[in-house]
Ligand binder design. Structure first.
Ligand code: MOS
Length: 747
């Protein structure tokens, strides 16, 4: 028997292209006659332009155009980026920079300089002298200073902003054991290896082609078609390889429209590649948050009251309330809940999705609080979590499609050696190093979006899959080739996946850890359609051994359809196609199948779970924190490829460690300047500062998802910061409720 391809730790099919430099990213597409755009950005946070001072720039050799709101063609307002996001939006696309003289954040692009070469464009941009009329009212830059203006948004990521059940405050007051604390997280910025790049050219007045670093080809296409009043099919968006995205490329930032506009003005292809510094000013990051978590329990550790409320920030032009409270809606049982989020508006670049948005910061607060409660109860923190396992989703009141948090803790505790731990803080030291161990739950929803996939089977035994999904370094092309290989009974080398181009069948954005199930579901359906077509061809012929076969009697194997109960009886695809005189056969399918999906969505709560364990060493004199061990166990259903899933987990834990210990965007509250807008000052984890990270998957299939799979992209970020904060407490006896856990906070 041929082994299944799904589950095998196959190398990435594009691995060789990537390591030999042949994989082409947006900035690398060679286009003749390309001109270079450079942006001049605002140095105030709020106000108006008095004068642009562009004369010297215009006279610089090589300059083709200097565009400001005074001479740039007006673009049309665009609707929500993603039609499924009614309100609120992480979308910056409603701001039409250069349509107005208003300045809404420090770093907003105000001028586009286009020149023959990048050097010339940069030189000219450096000569622009803008004068401003700053707003009379001070810019709003501090979330905590604006607290009195906080409001409850209409929705939080398409869900209601509040959940109340019973009376949590009363139950809290009455609970024999309780904790009630405030946790804060700072703003963070995106720093994928590939920054954001866009290349645009026009053919005639109404054919626009854009190469863009994006996680959402069809979103960019829709936005550009609205902005330039084009038919959607007249806009082509290509995004062949993406060098990391993590949420930043889920939306089109202002330079995308500006590049297309500039190309139109100069009548040539134009590219704008954002420098690293511009990533901090022009691409939204994660909101700051202030969260209150209060937990009340009975003497046995059963939760009686769960309160999770707080505040995040969004800009004046978007309303993305990062959903930190969602995790608390699904993780632990309690008769009483009070969950609410408020929002304040700041004069900043619109915030956006970032590496497990919501759950990333929400689990820091909730899972730190669970550890605090465990100490208050004098109970093992794993035991506390197990005692609060819900039978159903505690706020949706439907069963979980699958939930194996218990098994995650059991395996993690064994691998980590948790039960040898003495719970007493400051109980272990080696010289100046205090050693502590911490744990936390991980949690991320198992969402699905929509995708269409076309599959074409050729008589030579190869299959081509096509879908305008994205390869951001996650392994999409590899795992879906494995999936199709199994569906069709081919070996994986015979399957090729084309993606990254709006000429291909439509797919939704690749974010929210949804691509694997969504595209996987569409691959499954398209392959089924194809096999049914093949069978229909065969049954027509009395000479075919499949003449009397039913679809359910057969399986795809060895390049053909064979009887399940007689593996030698069947026909290869080549035989079936040859008999019809066909070179190939195609099928196309959409996921989700509408009605079935709607019913399932209402019947179950789809979530992924995990258990994080870590050991830290804290230097008593310097306050330095080193993470010295990591064990993570995740419950993400069937794992399609052990190697690519493992890589996702490793990357996510790494990001969680960065979030806990180093990352923080500083805002100068006088004018919105970011003093650490560079990779030398914005600290991300590096290999030298990381421990060996051990990750495991349970691999238990979810009976209600395609292939039994869940996405694996983001869950391992969640709970990571809390596990570290809990370990730091165990090491030092100091509870740090304010990220990042920098040395000053420990001294
Ligand atoms: Mo992720 S923040 O959903 O790209």
């Amino acid at each position: 028997m041929r082994t299944k391809e799904v589950g095998r730790p196959l190398d990435r099919v594009d691995g060789r292209l990537k390591v030999t430099g042949q994989a082409r990213y947006t900035a690398e597409f060679p286009v003749e006659q390309v001109a270079y755009g450079v942006l001049v950005r605002s140095t105030i946070a709020r106000g108006r332009i008095l004068a642009y001072g562009t004369k010297a720039a215009e006279q610089t050799p090589g300059v083709l155009a200097v565009l400001t709101h005074e001479n740039a063609p007006k673009r049309h307002p665009t609707k929500e980026f993603d039609p499924s996001d009614k309100e609120p939006s992480a979308s910056p696309t409603t701001i039409l920079v250069l349509n107005t003289d208003e300045v809404s954040w420090h770093g907003q692009p105000l001028v586009v300089v286009i020149a023959e070469t990048l050097d010339q464009a940069e030189e000219a941009a450096s000569l622009v002298r803008i004068t401003y009329a700053p707003a009379e009212e001070l810019a709003k830059l501090s979330m905590l200073d604006q607290k009195t203006e906080a409001f409850v948004p209409k929705k939080v990521l398409n869900e209601k902003p509040e959940v109340t059940q019973g009376n949590a405050e009363e139950a809290l007051a009455a609970a024999p054991v309780k904790i009630d604390h405030t946790y804060t997280t700072p703003p963070y910025n995106h720093n994928p290896i590939e920054a954001h790049n866009t290349l645009a050219y026009w053919e005639g007045d109404d054919q626009l082609t854009v190469y863009d670093s994006t996680q959402y080809i069809f979103g960019v296409r829709k936005m550009l078609s609205e902005m330039f009043a084009l038919k959607e099919e007249n806009v082509r968006v290509v995004s062949a390889f993406v060098g990391g995205a993590f949420g930043s490329k889920g939306r089109a930032w202002p330079h995308v429209g500006l590049t297309a506009m500039a190309a139109k003005v100069v009548g040539r292809p134009v590219k704008i590649d954002l420098p690293r510094k511009d990533m901090f000013y022009m691409v939204g990051g994660r909101t700051p948050s202030e969260q209150r978590v209060a937990l009340g329990a009975d003497a046995e550790g059963k939760l009686q009251a769960v309160v999770h409320t707080g505040l995040t920030a969004s800009s004046t032009s978007n309303t993305f309330a990062e959903h930190f409270s969602f995790v608390t809606r699904h993780l632990y049982a309690s008769p009483n809940f009070l969950i609410q989020q408020k929002l304040v508006r700041l004069d900043m670049v619109p915030n956006t999705f970032m590496r497990a948005p919501g759950e990333g910061i929400g689990t820091f607060a909730l899972e730190s609080a669970m550890d605090e409660l465990a100490y208050a109860l004098n109970m093992d923190p794993i035991e506390l979590r197990l005692r609060n396992e819900p039978e159903k989703d505690p706020t949706m009141h439907v069963p979980f499609s699958s939930r194996h948090l218990k098994e995650c803790f059991a395996l993690g505790a064994e691998k980590f050696g948790w039960h040898q731990r003495n719970p007493q803080p400051r109980g272990r030291r080696e010289g100046p190093w205090l050693i502590g161990q911490g744990t936390a739950s991980a949690f991320y929803p198992a969402n699905k979006r929509s995708a269409e996939v076309k599959v074409k089977l050729s008589i030579d035994g190869t299959a081509l899959l096509q879908s305008a999904t994205h390869e951001m370094g996650t392994g999409t092309a590899t795992v879906q080739a494995q999936n199709a290989a199994d569906q069709l009974g081919l070996s994986v080398e015979k399957v090729r996946f084309e993606y990254g181009d709006s000429l291909l069948p439509k797919a939704n954005g690749s974010y929210g850890s949804t691509t694997t199930i969504t595209v996987g579901g569409a691959v499954e359906l398209a392959c089924e359609d194809l096999k049914r077509q093949l069978l229909r061809l065969a049954v027509k012929h009395p000479s075919s051994v499949l003449h009397e076969a039913n679809y359910d009697d057969l399986e795809a194997r060895d390049n053909g359809l064979f009887y399940k109960d007689n593996p030698t009886r069947g026909e290869t695809y080549a035989v079936i196609l040859a008999r019809e005189g066909k070179e190939n056969l195609e099928a196309q399918a959409s996921f989700p199948p509408f009605l079935k999906e709607k019913l399932e969505e209402m019947a179950y709560s789809f979530q992924s779970f995990g258990a994080q364990f870590c050991e830290v060493r804290v230097h008593e004199e310097t306050g330095e924190v080193l993470v010295s061990r990591w064990v993570g166990v995740y419950d993400c259903g069937t794992i399609l490829n052990d190697k690519t899933a493992r890589s996702q987990f490793l990357g996510s834990v790494t990001m969680g460690i960065g979030m806990a210990l180093w990352e923080e965007t500083h805002w100068d509250l006088r004018d919105g300047r970011i003093p650490n807008a560079s990779l030398s000052e914005y600290h991300v984890p590096v290999a030298a500062g990381l421990p060996r990270i051990e990750v495991y998957s349970l691999g238990i299939p979810d009976p209600h998802t395609p292939l039994g799979a869940h996405g694996a992209g983001e869950i391992a970020v969640t709970g990571a910061a809390a596990a570290i904060a809990n370990a730091v407490y165990h090491a030092t006896g100091k509870r740090i409720r304010d990220l990042p856990i920098t040395p000053d906070k420990l001294l």
